[in-house]
Ligand binder design. Structure first.
Ligand code: PEP
Length: 263
C-alpha cells in the first residue's frame, strides 16, 4: 500500500499550561474554528487534561496527543506514564524528545529511541523533535548535531516500522523566544533532514517523511513557513494557547502542494 504521508499537520503543544476547564474551552474553540483546515490538527495537552479533552473533542477532526511518555509498559516508575496509558486515555499522538525534555530533564538520544519504540508498539503517532542550540548554530555545528540526533533517535528501526513517524525541526534558539527561523533557514534544514532520512531509510521513505517546523510560529509567519517545499506542518507552543491564533495557523494559506508519497 502506498500512503500519502505528507499531509500537512499543525500540532499545538500546550506544555504545562491551563486548568481542566480552560483546556476544554480551548479545545472546543479550536475544534469549531478548524473544521475546514487543510491538514491534520492535533492538540498535545498535559497528562491531566487528556481524558477531559478527549471527551470534549470526541467524534471531531481533532487529534489528541501527549507531550512525553515512558518506555516501560507498567511497573514501579513513579511519576511516569506509559504508551498504553496514553492510548487508554484517548491519545493518538505523542511528542518525543522535545528540547525542554532534553535540556531540563535529561532526555538522551537513547531514551528518545526507547520512547519511540514504545510509542510505535502502542500504535501512537510519534512526533520526534530535533534541533540545535544557538551556540551550536553559531559554531556551524547545526548539521552535525541534527545528523547525530536523527541517527541515534531512529536507530534500529526498519523503514516500514517508522511509517507513522513525524519529525519536528525545532531550533532551540527559536522556541519560546519570539525569534523564528526565516523560511529559508527552516527550508535549508528541512531539506537536510529529508536527505538524512533518505540516507538512513531510502529515498522513497524520505520523500514521504513529514517534517514539521517548530519555534515561535505565529498567525503572522505560518503561511510563509508552510509555503516552503520541505515544511509539512508546524509544532506550535505559545500561539497554541490562543484559539484564534492557533486556528489561523491551522487554516494556513499556501498555493496547492503536490502530493508526495512514501512508496
Ligand atoms: C514548542 O514548544 O514546541 C514551541 C515551538 O514553542 P513556541 O511556539 O512557543 O516557540
Amino acid at each position: 500500500m502506498t500512503l500519502n504521508l505528507r499531509k500537512p499537520m499543525i500540532a499545538g503543544n500546550w506544555k504545562m499550561h491551563l486548568s481542566l476547564g480552560q483546556s476544554v474551552e480551548l479545545a472546543k474553540s479550536v475544534r469549531d474554528a478548524t473544521e475546514n483546515a487543510p491538514g491534520e490538527v492535533a492538540l498535545c495537552v498535559p497528562f491531566t487534561a487528556i481524558a477531559v479533552v478527549a471527551e470534549a473533542i470526541k467524534g471531531s477532526h481533532l487529534r489528541l496527543g501527549a507531550q512525553d511518555l515512558y518506555w516501560g509498559a507498567q511497573g514501579a516508575f513513579t511519576g511516569e506514564i506509559s504508551a498504553g496509558q496514553l492510548v487508554d486515555a484517548g491519545c493518538s499522538h505523542v511528542i518525543i524528545g522535545h528540547s525542554e525534555r532534553r535540556r531540563l530533564f535529561g532526555d538522551s538520544d537513547d531514551w528518545i529511541n526507547r520512547k519511540l519504540k514504545a510509542a510505535l508498539a502502542a500504535k501512537l503517532i510519534p512526533i520526534v523533535c530535533v534541533g540545535e542550540t544557538l551556540e551550536e548554530r553559531k559554531s556551524e555545528k547545526t548539521f552535525s548535531i541534527l545528523e547525530g540526533q536523527l541517527a541515534a533517535g531512529l536507530k534500529g528501526f526498519a523503514p516500514a516500522e517508522l511509517a507513522p513517524l513525524v519529525l519536528a525541526y525545532e531550533p532551540v534558539w527559536a522556541i519560546g523566544t519570539g525569534v523564528t527561523a526565516t523560511p529559508a533557514q527552516a527550508q535549508e534544514v528541512h531539506a537536510f533532514l529529508r536527505r538524512q532520512a533518505g540516507k538512513l531509510f531510502g529515498d522513497g521513505f524520505a520523500a514521504g517523511q513529514r517534517i514539521l517546523y517548530g519555534g515561535s510560529v505565529t498567525a503572522e509567519n505560518a503561511d510563509n513557513l508552510m509555503a516552503q517545499p520541505d515544511i509539512d506542518g508546524a509544532l506550535v507552543g505559545g500561539a497554541s494557547l490562543k484559539a484564534a491564533a492557533f486556528a489561523r495557523i491551522a487554516n494556513f494559506q499556501v498555493p496547492a502542494r503536490a502530493p508526495a508519497r512514501r512508496g
